[in-house]
Design a binder for this molecule. Structure first.
Ligand SMILES: *[C@@H]1O[C@H](CO)[C@@H](O)[C@H](O)[C@H]1NC(C)=O
Ligand SMILES: *[C@@H]1O[C@H](CO)[C@@H](O)[C@H](O)[C@H]1NC(C)=O
Ligand SMILES: *[C@@H]1O[C@H](CO)[C@@H](O)[C@H](O)[C@H]1NC(C)=O
Ligand SMILES: *[C@@H]1O[C@H](CO)[C@@H](O)[C@H](O)[C@H]1NC(C)=O
Ligand SMILES: *[C@@H]1O[C@H](CO)[C@@H](O)[C@H](O)[C@H]1NC(C)=O
Length: 672
């Protein structure tokens, strides 16, 4: 309908007259409540910043705040005249600490600033169990409820409701706003964000509209959330108080009103949203945060302490583990190493430091005092099992520690730790002769004849030193290619001297163990169990043949060729008998060898391999032959190398082959 300009002017004049004429009309706006004319009771107070606090977050509080002077809603004696229209806008802020608070707040129109029977919790401080639903209440409330109370037929825990004389709402809606058209956007009352609410009542049509929107929504939503027809005539009295009520229960929130505008018979003035008072930061939240932080710090502290304590315990245990428990006799012997140092040198006997493992234990590479240059050593770790005989053995080892010979691996010292015995040797960078003869490692290339001959001479001199030149006779007991090591100059050093003795002293005295390596063991050892210099010579004989022929003293039958024999010495002897001794020389040398030296080595090997110990030469004689000081009579050697020794080795082999390889012959009973 198009209104003619004249009638529009007329209407506005009339309206102006009506507004100006009604002296009872109320129009106020509070941007903050410092100077507001309010009647407060209960927990309500105006904070320094200007916010009206209805409740803090203590339990079971009720707070009321009413405009100081009443508002006229009905004409005096107005009879059937419709009540005044009114319009109000306010900004509420509900701050909850923790998961859920309560119970909400309400805009209230009531006959008095004192609400009889008002009670906290579900009644929001508006009514109470005794007054709820009583028509004599004359109370209109628009509730902003944050708790779902089934007793009051609430629909959810975040709703707006229109209440008449009862907290059971006439109409209620989950809190939301319409953002253009019908798009409904939910709003959380407890979001701790300022939310604006508008309540408009048209007295003539009896329509009550309720609209909410977070303050960050720029414009007031056009469509109200609730629009309900409500005849307020039975409820309203001539003069009523308008204000707010809030309550907490077992659940609690801080309820604030930040600004309020109210007007009868006209639209409430807009609130300046940029001038809203601030609400205090939630105190409890802060302290809870502090508590959480303190707890975290305490936890971290405790954990650190526990970790530190565990680290100390671990360190102590490790120290205890690394510490040596010394027996008196151990202190008497020099060259003793501390276990701790050996442990450090080998990085805790790490597998990566392992150089090799064999019959007597594992050998680790170690670096002593890593910070002061590279002092490399080889550390042999033997599980001595029992300490029976250990004392004697250590005594001997300790004395061997004083031994210095250019063809003996230097024994630097020893260490006993629990059941383990450690021997510390100088490190041999070029490995063993065994590796250079049979190894697949490219770092250990095949030895030339000159190298082989030099090695054999060196080993002979080393053995001679042990047998005749040291303070007392030392029997090596385990001469073999594996125990001949090569120094940086490729010079031969005999290692592991005297070690086998430890095993011969073994735990069980009833059976005497014979240590040695099959093929290197003199036949009389299996009978007498007594290692002598002659048994060493027998072993050296096997070594001579092995180095010259490039074949192990005993070859597994599967590896033997037609032209050979499982037993090296028998084959070499056969070659000699055929008058073709040099056929036995290592074919891998491809003929590059000194024939005289080769013959010497082979004959000498046969001579040393004789069955009767007294028939074998001494190491001094061996050295003389090898150095050329004495000439060897070939036929004599052949005569001496009787078949008996060879047969003897052959028969003992059949027993041992089941264990395979050239490993230790193990325990051989000394009895007949
Ligand atoms: C909360 O308000 C009540 C009532 O005004 C008061 O007694 C109480 O001390 C307040 N609590 C806190 C933590 O401020
Ligand atoms: C507050 O309202 C009361 C009651 O109408 C009135 O007596 C008083 O003067 C008002 N105070 C202020 C500061 O407006
Ligand atoms: C809640 O609603 C049901 C049905 O909708 C009604 O029977 C009941 O009386 C209501 N409760 C209250 C407290 O009004
Ligand atoms: C709404 O309030 C009026 C006035 O008290 C009451 O008579 C009516 O029954 C209520 N309606 C509903 C749906 O609760
Ligand atoms: C209430 O809302 C309806 C629908 O949007 C509107 O037509 C009416 O004018 C509104 N009444 C008041 C008093 O705001």
């Amino acid at each position: 309908m198009i209104v003619p300009p004249s009638s529009a002017l007329c209407l506005s004049v009339l309206f102006l007259l009506a507004v100006s004429c009604s002296a009872d009309d109320v129009d106020f706006i509070y941007q903050g409540f410092q100077h507001a004319n309010l009647t407060l009771d209960g927990s309500a107070s105006v904070l320094h910043g200007g916010a009206l606090q209805l409740t803090n977050d203590s339990n079971r509080l009720v707070g009321h705040a009413f405009h100081g002077s009443p508002v006229r809603f009905l004409e005096v004696g107005g009879g059937g005249r419709p009540p005044s229209s009114f319009s109000t806008a306010f900004v509420l802020d509900i701050v909850t600490v923790g998961s859920g608070g309560g119970h909400g707040l309400a805009f209230v129109v009531a006959p008095s600033t004192v609400l009889p029977g008002a009670s906290p919790e579900v009644y929001l401080g508006v009514l109470g169990p005794t007054t709820n639903g009583n028509p004599a209440n004359h109370v209109l409330a628009v509730e902003f409820d944050t708790v779902l109370d089934l007793e009051l037929n609430d629909t959810n825990g975040n709703h707006v409701g229109v209440d008449v004389n009862s907290l059971v709402s006439n109409v209620s809606e989950p809190v939301a706003y319409y953002a253009g058209g019908n798009a409904k956007v939910p709003v959380m009352l407890e979001s701790a964000q300022p939310i604006q609410a508008w309540i408009d009542y048209d007295g003539d049509s009896g329509v009550l509209n309720v609209t909410v929107a977070p303050v960050y929504v720029a414009d007031r939503p056009l469509r109200p959330l609730i629009s309900t027809k409500l005849d307020l005539r039975p409820i309203l009295r001539e003069e009523m108080y308008v204000g707010f009520s809030s309550a907490t229960g077992k659940l609690a929130s801080s309820h604030y009103i930040l600004a309020w505008s109210f007007r009868t018979n006209g639209l409430a003035r807009s609130i300046n949203l940029r001038r809203l008072p601030k609400v205090p930061k939630p105190r409890a939240a802060l302290s809870k945060l502090v508590i959480i932080k303190l707890a975290a710090v305490a936890c971290a502290g405790t954990l650190t302490l526990i970790a530190a304590a565990m680290a100390i315990l671990f360190w102590l245990r490790k120290r205890a583990k690394l510490a040596d428990t010394l027996e008196d006799w151990e202190l008497k012997h020099p060259h003793r190493f501390a276990y701790k140092d050996l442990y450090k040198a080998t990085k805790g006997f790490k597998a990566s430091e392992l150089l090799g493992a064999g019959g007597f234990g594992q050998v680790y590479k170690g670096v002593l005092r890593p910070r002061c240059g590279r002092d490399e050593v080889a550390i042999k770790r033997m599980s001595a099992g029992t300490t029976q005989g250990m004392k004697e053995f250590v005594a001997e080892i300790a004395s061997l520690g004083r031994m210095r010979h250019r063809n003996l691996v230097e024994l630097r010292g020893w260490c006993k730790h629990g059941q383990d015995l450690f021997l510390v040797y100088e490190f041999m960078p070029n490995g063993s002769v065994d590796a250079h003869l049979f190894g697949t490692d490219r770092r250990a290339p095949l030895l030339t004849w000159a190298q082989r001959f030099a090695v054999l001479g060196g080993v002979a001199r080393g053995l001679l030193y042990l047998h005749e030149e040291w303070e007392h006779v030392v029997v090596h007991r385990d001469v073999k290619a594996n125990n001949v090591l090569l120094g940086a100059d490729m010079g031969a050093r005999l290692g592991d001297f005297g070690l086998a003795r430890l095993y011969e002293h073994g735990a069980n005295h009833a059976t005497t163990r014979v240590a040695g390596t099959l093929g290197y063991m003199a036949p009389e050892l299996t009978v007498t169990s007594r290692a002598t210099t002659a048994t060493d010579v027998f072993s050296f004989g096997a070594l001579l043949l092995e180095v010259a022929c490039g074949r192990r003293p005993v070859v597994p039958p599967s590896e033997a060729t037609d032209d050979s024999d499982v037993i090296l010495v028998r084959w070499v002897r056969a070659c000699g008998v055929d008058g073709d001794l040099l056929r036995a020389v290592d074919p891998r040398l491809e003929g590059c060898y000194d024939e005289g030296e080769a013959k010497l080595v082979l004959w000498l090997g046969l001579m040393c391999s004789q069955a009767r110990p007294e028939a074998r030469p001494s190491m001094r004689q061996v050295c003389r032959y090898l150095s050329g000081e004495e000439a060897l009579r070939e036929d004599a050697a052949l005569v001496f190398s009787g078949a008996d020794s060879v047969e003897f080795i052959g028969s003992s082999l059949s027993i041992a082959w089941s264990s395979g390889g050239t490993m230790s012959a193990g325990s051989v009973n000394g009895g007949r």
